[in-house]
Design a binder for this molecule. Structure first.
Ligand code: SAM
Ligand code: ZN
Length: 389
């Protein structure tokens, strides 16, 4: 396996280079954003789009709701250099239906570069638009031009694009969301997090997983307004950002039921133990009868007697769909066999997917052994020893 950095050919001066990534090459000019560190994000997104389309096409006829007029449409709503769009064009080739890819950016400089990158790669199924991403998605919704796959990869927070994306995506569509808002999501700016995502974060060892669960809750409450719900397929906290893949479905009942998956987090101020407090529950086994949940937690911690801090609401159900993860693993292996240099971050993808495959389902948040030992003032033992006894 070649080191991804070695694989890159960078030619030209520093501010006008040609970068190769996946099967694409792009002009990388200083006016337009290109972040090499996010190659993993893009590799994974290409794999997810490819796997999703392949599996959906096997399962359903072409009259499926995810295709519009027998075409597939992918929207790269915040495209910058056009790299993602070009990669979708060149690397999602197994789809027997025609694919239209829209590379959109609000910046005119970006548009010029996207156009020259399309030419450089002969990626002529990529359509370029120069609009505000929200306006574009609302307009398409009004014209009933629904989108099969929407990729939201903004600077910082993605929530301002959720309302339009949720309304615009097809029933069963794939929604991919990046957030680089880690300081906010991990509890450094609680008020900002509440304003942007509708949840209070907690500063705790589990803050990165909580960040993922806050985004899942935010996407779902946006979806519920339109009788839709968003099932997380794969949720990753990587480097300085979160990347989550959802399938969005239309169903009023499921949308309401998804509220039973929202919970507050009670974090003890003393021993840092935590409990989840659901917002609502199903009454008398009737799934349509949702009532406010009974409070489960005492006023003070039963272990150490301290009071609690409350965070959330978070998404308390599973943040991955294990079938989808296994499909990704299989596709990754198949792609590696046909071209071992396809993905620059192949090893990292393989490692992360295996980690996810081994994660416990429906077991939200976690403790850190070193933190636990420091709280109870004992020597840190090895994880192996701890698990054994
Ligand atoms: C983080 S960059 C995108 C990076 C790109 N997805 C990639 O993988 O290389 C964010 C881009 O969003 C664009 N942008 C910011 N606000 C926007 C809006 N409201 N509508 C459309 N594009 C927007 C910026 O011009 C910038 O190029
Ligand atoms: Zn306690």
């Amino acid at each position: 396996m070649m080191d991804p950095i070695d694989k890159k050919t960078a030619s030209g001066d520093k501010d006008n280079r040609i970068i190769r990534e996946g099967k694409a090459q792009i002009h990388c000019r200083k006016q337009v954003f290109y972040n090499q560190v996010q190659e993993f994000n893009r590799d994974l997104s290409v794999l997810a789009a490819h796997t999703y389309l392949k599996n959906e096409l096997w399962k359903s006829s072409t009259s499926s709701k995810i295709f519009v007029k027998d075409r597939v449409c992918i929207l790269d709503a915040l495209s910058a250099s056009g790299l993602r769009s070009i990669r979708y064009s060149l690397e999602c080739k197994q789809c027997p239906l025609p694919i239209d890819i829209i590379a959109n950016d609000i910046s005119e400089e970006a548009i010029n570069i996207i156009e020259s990158n399309i030419e450089l790669n002969n990626a002529y199924n990529v359509i370029v638009t120069n609009e505000d991403a929200n306006m574009l998605m609302y307009k398409k919704k009004a014209l009933n031009e629904r989108i099969t796959i929407i990729d939201l990869d903004p600077y910082g927070c993605p929530t301002k694009f959720l309302d339009s994306a949720i309304q615009n995506i097809v029933d069963g569509g794939l929604l991919m969301v990046t957030s680089t808002d880690m300081a906010v999501l991990c509890g450094n700016h609680g008020n900002a997090c509440f304003a942007k995502y509708g949840s209070y974060p907690l500063r705790a060892k589990f803050c990165h997983e909580m960040a993922l669960r806050i985004i899942c809750a935010s996407v779902n409450s946006n979806a519920a307004r339109y009788g839709r719900h968003a099932i997380p397929l794969l949720s990753l906290s990587v480097d300085f950002y979160c990347r989550i893949f959802f399938r969005v479905f239309t169903s009023k009942n499921e949308a309401q039921r998804s509220m039973t998956k929202m919970a507050y987090v009670y974090l003890c101020k003393g021993c840092e133990s935590f409990q989840l407090q659901p917002l609502c529950e199903i009454k008398d086994g009737n799934e349509k009868n949702l009532v406010p949940a009974t409070v489960k937690c005492d006023k003070t911690c039963s272990i150490c007697g301290h009071s609690y801090r409350i965070g959330g609401p978070i998404w308390s159900a599973s943040i991955h769909d294990k079938d989808f993860v296994h499909n990704l693993q299989n596709e990754l292996e198949a792609l590696r066999e046909s071209d071992s240099n396809h993905f620059g971050t192949y090893r990292r993808m393989e490692g992360m997917l295996q980690l996810v495959a081994e994660e416990l389902d429906d077991c939200p948040l976690y403790y850190h052994l070193d933190r636990l030992c420091s709280i109870v003032c004992c020597q840190v033992s090895s994880m192996k020893y701890f698990v054994q006894y």
